[in-house]
Structures are given as structure tokens and as C-alpha cells.
Design a protein around this ligand. Sequence first.
Ligand SMILES: *[C@@H]1O[C@H](CO)[C@@H](O)[C@H](O)[C@H]1NC(C)=O
Ligand SMILES: *[C@@H]1O[C@H](CO)[C@@H](O)[C@H](O)[C@H]1NC(C)=O
Ligand SMILES: *[C@@H]1O[C@H](CO)[C@@H](O)[C@H](O)[C@H]1NC(C)=O
Ligand SMILES: *[C@@H]1O[C@H](CO)[C@@H](O)[C@H](O)[C@H]1NC(C)=O
Ligand SMILES: *[C@@H]1O[C@H](CO)[C@@H](O)[C@H](O)[C@H]1NC(C)=O
Ligand SMILES: *[C@@H]1O[C@H](CO)[C@@H](O)[C@H](O)[C@H]1NC(C)=O
Ligand SMILES: *[C@@H]1O[C@H](CO)[C@@H](O)[C@H](O)[C@H]1NC(C)=O
Ligand SMILES: *[C@@H]1O[C@H](CO)[C@@H](O)[C@H](O)[C@H]1NC(C)=O
Ligand SMILES: *[C@@H]1O[C@H](CO)[C@@H](O)[C@H](O)[C@H]1NC(C)=O
Ligand SMILES: *[C@@H]1O[C@H](CO)[C@@H](O)[C@H](O)[C@H]1NC(C)=O
Ligand SMILES: *[C@@H]1O[C@H](CO)[C@@H](O)[C@H](O)[C@H]1NC(C)=O
Ligand SMILES: *[C@@H]1O[C@H](CO)[C@@H](O)[C@H](O)[C@H]1NC(C)=O
Length: 609
Amino acid sequence: MRWTNKNIWQPVLLTAAAASVASAARSLRHVGKSDDLLSSLYDRASIFDEMIYSEADEDLGKRATSPQFLNSNTSSFAVNGTGIPDVDFDIGESYAGSLPLSSSPNDPNKLFFWFFPSTNPSASKEIVIWLNGGPGCSSLEGMVQENGPFIWQSGTFLPVKNNWAWNKLSNIVYIEQPVGTGFSVGTVTATSEEDVAQQFLGFWKNFVNTFSLQGYKVYVTGESYAGMYCPYIASAMVDTNDTTYYNVSGMLIYDPVIGQNDVQDNIPAVTFVDYWTGLFPFNDSFVADIHSRDSSCGYTDYLNKYLVYPPAGQQPNVIAGQNPNGTTKPDCAALYFDIVSAALQVNPCWDIYQVATTCPLLWDILGFPGTIEYSPAGANIYFERQDVKKAIHAPLNVTWSECSNGNVFVDGNDNSLPSSIHALPNVIDHTKNVIIGHGALDFVLIANGTLLTIQNMTWGGKLGFQSPPTEPLYVPLHDDPSLSSVAGSGVMGTVHSERGLTYVGVSLSGHMVPQYAPSAAYRHLEFLLGRVPSLSSTESFTTDKNVTQPAGSIGNGNAPQGYADVNNITAATNNNTGSKTSSAVGSGISLVGFVGLMALPLSIAAMLL
Ligand SMILES: *[C@@H]1O[C@H](CO)[C@@H](O)[C@H](O)[C@H]1NC(C)=O
Ligand SMILES: *[C@@H]1O[C@H](CO)[C@@H](O)[C@H](O)[C@H]1NC(C)=O
Ligand SMILES: *[C@@H]1O[C@H](CO)[C@@H](O)[C@H](O)[C@H]1NC(C)=O
Ligand SMILES: *[C@@H]1O[C@H](CO)[C@@H](O)[C@H](O)[C@H]1NC(C)=O
Ligand SMILES: *[C@@H]1O[C@H](CO)[C@@H](O)[C@H](O)[C@H]1NC(C)=O
Ligand SMILES: *[C@@H]1O[C@H](CO)[C@@H](O)[C@H](O)[C@H]1NC(C)=O
Ligand SMILES: *[C@@H]1O[C@H](CO)[C@@H](O)[C@H](O)[C@H]1NC(C)=O
Ligand SMILES: *[C@@H]1O[C@H](CO)[C@@H](O)[C@H](O)[C@H]1NC(C)=O
Ligand SMILES: *[C@@H]1O[C@H](CO)[C@@H](O)[C@H](O)[C@H]1NC(C)=O
Ligand SMILES: *[C@@H]1O[C@H](CO)[C@@H](O)[C@H](O)[C@H]1NC(C)=O
Ligand SMILES: *[C@@H]1O[C@H](CO)[C@@H](O)[C@H](O)[C@H]1NC(C)=O
Ligand SMILES: *[C@@H]1O[C@H](CO)[C@@H](O)[C@H](O)[C@H]1NC(C)=O
């Protein structure tokens, strides 16, 4: 994750120190409406239903009394479910610790994991892997703030039970990788995604042997820079032909890095600002400036030319806003960062991961509430606490941070091609079961950029989607057992599937989809695991079957339109921007982009959590 920019943050600190945030009780009367409305809404959602509450407790109790994986091979990893610091309930059966990359027990290179078995009977012979991105960001972030059995999210009082925990559907393991990430120790040797995959496969064999998971179906999931990790790891697993250890059966990646940085961020940026104009209240001269630069870089023209269905043909190697050698023209590269900088000026708590965020900055147990690091005086980083490290068998002498301070690739360079060139299509073609999700409010990676990359990807023998994403993402009505993990329902986005690839745009989500739209993400996992026929299905949640769903048509999807209106496109004014000649350096991977970005005047370093 995350940004470090002392220049931007400095004035913000001063402003924040001067401001005092009044904590008035929230009430509809505050805005001249009756509170009765609010209570009737809550009643209808059964939010305070005691009965449901106690059922949930029972479920966790059962799990705790009958461990499924406890034996002499695993006992040293067993985590005391009632012994997690600050967690005042039983989190159930789980195992955590480190396993080496090779078969040698003395191998000093190890990956750290936390494994949560499921009590769901359909989960008997399958396991989900969850990976966060970075590079160098810990998957324990995903566990404790996105889809784990207990969550402790920014600004919240204490950890709570997560009604949308993915282990309610399947066995899941959170793995910190590659070496150098979180509690995973050893020598950083990776120079490419192929190296990352090789590390992972070595670890995985040990993990499968330890927990006797031979023959399990493997589902690879993650977000952000794991848009590189997951496809390369899954593709390497597929290529082993070894279904005893590596029977990859599906993949789900959120807001993923899969293509060129220019395509995923720079090209769709100004269109995004225009779409969400109320969230980017810029002054007139800046609005004029970004449009004029967008136009001279040819960005929106490129978007309108290529974000069409079926695709307008393969996109060139060297594209709008780039020099003939494939590097991004400095003025074009700066456009995106100038938008970030201007957004932070008017809204110092603006969150690049969720653009509808305003002040105050929230306390966060991992120290990263938004765009940048922030920890109020006296706050601890949860995984830096010795009692927490002990509880999960983490190395006591390793300094944990959400995103590694050191490199996890040698010299910080990942030399692999974007995953959309080969690894991702290979996984789709092999499994016919891949989901790419994207939150509409994410600016660190932009949904239109992901779609643009999909339109330049060949899988199932064809280029891109043949028709635009328009179908509804339906999230079933459900009972919320507690306000602590309350989540939305109904049509919550837009879906499209072709040839084994499903794209799902999630309307009100930021970058971390399971955090911002947990019920939607839970539905995605149900679909990935084959428990529901489609993401437009109006069947109830498999774990909350008795709730009646609406009959009849649910209409179209409601995520922002992810395509150009082909009946109304201003002709590309810059047709010869981005030469059609191919260039060996042209496919420069995103990481090269990051390194380049660090040299920008603003010296903002991006991490993709
Ligand atoms: C688990 O932790 C709880 C709370 O610290 C403690 O009371 C209990 O004895 C522990 N159980 C085991 C098996 O260590
Ligand atoms: C422990 O692991 C070994 C090697 O994978 C396996 O042969 C053995 O059956 C396992 N023991 C148990 C109790 O599962
Ligand atoms: C896997 O199977 C394919 C197709 O049969 C074959 O080309 C490839 O060499 C095999 N790979 C390994 C590692 O055995
Ligand atoms: C591998 O998983 C697929 C489902 O993706 C399943 O049909 C198949 O039987 C599994 N293969 C083995 C050898 O377990
Ligand atoms: C995505 O791109 C299309 C085509 O250019 C555009 O119409 C739409 O407004 C864009 N959406 C966002 C959120 O920027
Ligand atoms: C489009 O795909 C081709 C073939 O994979 C690749 O060479 C080219 O670099 C891609 N263009 C962009 C802009 O990603
Ligand atoms: C690429 O071309 C630009 C513009 O000609 C030049 O400034 C830059 O140094 C070149 N970069 C590389 C790596 O060749
Ligand atoms: C307009 O916004 C830009 C970007 O934040 C800023 O540099 C400029 O100073 C602003 N102009 C005025 C008049 O506020
Ligand atoms: C941390 O402790 C382990 C186990 O005692 C030891 O092998 C390792 O060298 C130590 N690492 C550091 C950085 O001190
Ligand atoms: C769901 O409905 C069925 C049939 O009406 C009933 O037997 C079952 O107890 C209900 N389950 C729950 C959890 O309410
Ligand atoms: C195309 O869309 C723009 C913006 O919505 C509108 O101003 C223009 O009239 C449209 N042109 C045509 C030919 O429909
Ligand atoms: C624009 O580029 C496309 C794709 O390369 C080409 O087919 C078309 O002829 C060009 N149009 C003009 C007016 O140059």
C-alpha cells in the first residue's frame, strides 16, 4: 500500500492539529427529520435481532470444539482461538506460523501464514489462498481488515466478528509473500514473478504436506499488486500438471495490476475525475489545465477509441502519452499525480483508495487509514505487539509493517511482463473460472483502466470481451447479525462473463473490495466456488437461505459505465499519437512505472496494497 509524501503531509499535519473535531451524536433530527424513520429501517433489517445474534455465537462455539486439522504435524501451529489479544470472542480453529520454501527444514527462507479452516460442509476438499499486494504488503491486512473471521477496521473500537468472513464459505489461508514481506524472513532473491511463483510453490508443497491437503482444489485470490502475484502463481501451478498439490480451480483478483501503468492509471484519470466531479471540487484553472494536458497526451481519445466492445483491435506497445522508446512523457506522467496532489489540497484526508473519503483521519491498528501513514500518539501497530506475535507464532525479532520498508524484489525491480500478456489468460483458459473485480471509487487503480487492459487481452482464442458489461451484480437480501459488520444488498454493480472470465464492477467500493463491499465480495466467493450459478442470480446466500429475494427482473447493472458509447465518440483527434511500430521496451511493467514515479517532482511513492 500506500503513499509517503512528506511535502503534502506537512501542511496537513498543521491543519489537523489546529482543528478540533466535535463528536456530536448522529441523529436524523440533526437534519430536520424524524428518528422514527431510522428505527423503522433498522427494524426491517432485523439488525437488533437477538436470536440471530446467539445463533452466530453457537456456530463459532461448535467450530472451536471440533478441530478438523489438529494432529501431530500441525499442533505446533495451532492458535488458541480465545487467546488473541483484544479479541473478546473465540475466533475458532486456526493455525499460524512459518514454513520454508524448500524441502530442507533448515532453509532460512520462510513464508508466514495464518490458516482458518471452514465449518462449511461444502468446503471439504478445497482451499482458498488470499494475497495482498504492494509489492511487500502483508496479507494479514486482508485478514484483519477485509475478509478474516475477526476484523478490526480503521476507526473502530475493538475487533468484531465478521459476518462476511470468507472461512464461513471455505478453508482459507493468508500468506505473507514474497520473502521480505511481513513476518516472512530470508534473503530477498526474487527478480521476477517467475521467482515469486517458484518461492510460493515450494512453500505450498510444505503447507499441503503439513495439513494433509493433497488433492484439494486450490482457489487463488488477492488484490492490487496480487494482480501480478496471483496469475503468475496460479499459472505456474497449472504448468506443473500436478493436481495432487496444485489443482488450481479458479482465481479472483480485485483492483488488480494486470497491465501497463499508463493504461491502468494515466489514461482513464481525467475521465474518472469528470465522472466523479463532485468528489474532485477543483478550481476552474486546474480543471482547464488537466483537460488541456489530457487532450495533448491523447488520453481520453485513447480511452474512447479502445474501450469498446468488441475491441477496436490490439492496442499498440507504445501508446498515447509515451515516447517512442515506451517511457511515459514527463508531463503526461505528472497529470495523474497533479490530480492526487490537488485532491489532497482541498481534502487533506482524501483517500486514493476510496475517493469519497473526507476528514478526519482515522486511527488504524495497522497504521494506514488512507492515502498515507497515520498513527495517533500512543497507538500501537497490532502485529508489532509481542503478545500478538506470540499468539500467532510469529518471529518475535522481526519488525512487522503493513507494507515492507525494504525491497521484496532485488533492487525493487520486478522484471516480468504484465500478467495480462500470458499468465492471466493461461489461468482463465485452464480453469474457465476467473473473476476480475474492481471498485468504482478506487483511484490508485482505475476500473476503466482494468477494462481497457481486458480489451487488449487474448483468452479463449479471442481478443477482449465481445459485448459491454451491463448485467446486474445482485447481492442477496440477508440478515445482519450485528451492526458491527452490517453490509449492503440488492443490485450493487455490473457484471459480464465471456469464455471463463467474469468482470464485476462494484458500485460503491474502494480499492479493497472485501472491506468496502463485504457482502458483494462474499457473493463473488460463492460464485468462484461454484455455489451459485451467476453473479446476477437472485438466489439467497448459501449461508442465509431463508431470506426471501425479490421476484421478477432486477434490471441492469449500476456500476459506472465501463465503455465508450460507440454511437457518440468524438473522432480520435490524435490518431498518430503512440506509434504503431512495436518496441522491445514498450511493454514496460507497472513496477518500472513506480520506480519512474518516485523520480517525479512530488516524490510520491505508490504501493498497491
Ligand atoms: C487460551 O487463551 C485463554 C485466554 O488467554 C486461556 O485462558 C486459555 O487457557 C488458553 N488455552 C490454552 C489451551 O492455552
Ligand atoms: C504427517 O505428515 C506426513 C507427511 O506428509 C504424513 O505421512 C503423515 O500421515 C502425517 N500425519 C498425520 C497424523 O496426519
Ligand atoms: C504438462 O503437460 C503439458 C501438456 O501435456 C506438457 O506439454 C508439459 O510438458 C507438462 N509439464 C510438466 C511440468 O510436466
Ligand atoms: C481438480 O479440480 C477440478 C475442479 O476444478 C475437479 O473437477 C478435479 O476432479 C480435480 N482433480 C483432481 C485430480 O482432484
Ligand atoms: C469509463 O470510460 C467511458 C468511456 O470513455 C466513459 O464514458 C465513462 O464515463 C468512464 N467511467 C469513469 C468512471 O470514468
Ligand atoms: C496489447 O497487447 C499486446 C499483445 O499482448 C502487447 O504487446 C501490447 O503491449 C499491449 N498494449 C498495451 C497498451 O498494453
Ligand atoms: C526515452 O526517450 C526519451 C525521449 O526521447 C528520453 O528522454 C529518455 O531518456 C529515453 N529513455 C530511455 C530509457 O531510453
Ligand atoms: C487551483 O488549483 C491548483 C491545484 O490544486 C493550485 O495549484 C492552484 O494554486 C489553484 N488556484 C487557485 C487560484 O486557487
Ligand atoms: C531472529 O531469531 C531467529 C530464531 O532465534 C534467528 O534465527 C534469527 O537470526 C533472528 N533474526 C534476527 C534478524 O535477529
Ligand atoms: C429455514 O426454513 C426452513 C423451512 O421453513 C426451516 O426448517 C429452517 O429451520 C429455517 N432455518 C433457519 C436458520 O431459520
Ligand atoms: C455526444 O455526447 C455529448 C456529451 O454527452 C453531447 O454533448 C453531444 O451532443 C453528443 N453527440 C451526439 C452526436 O449525440
Ligand atoms: C487511425 O488509426 C487507425 C488504427 O491504426 C487506422 O485504421 C485509421 O486509418 C486511422 N485514421 C486516420 C484518420 O488516420
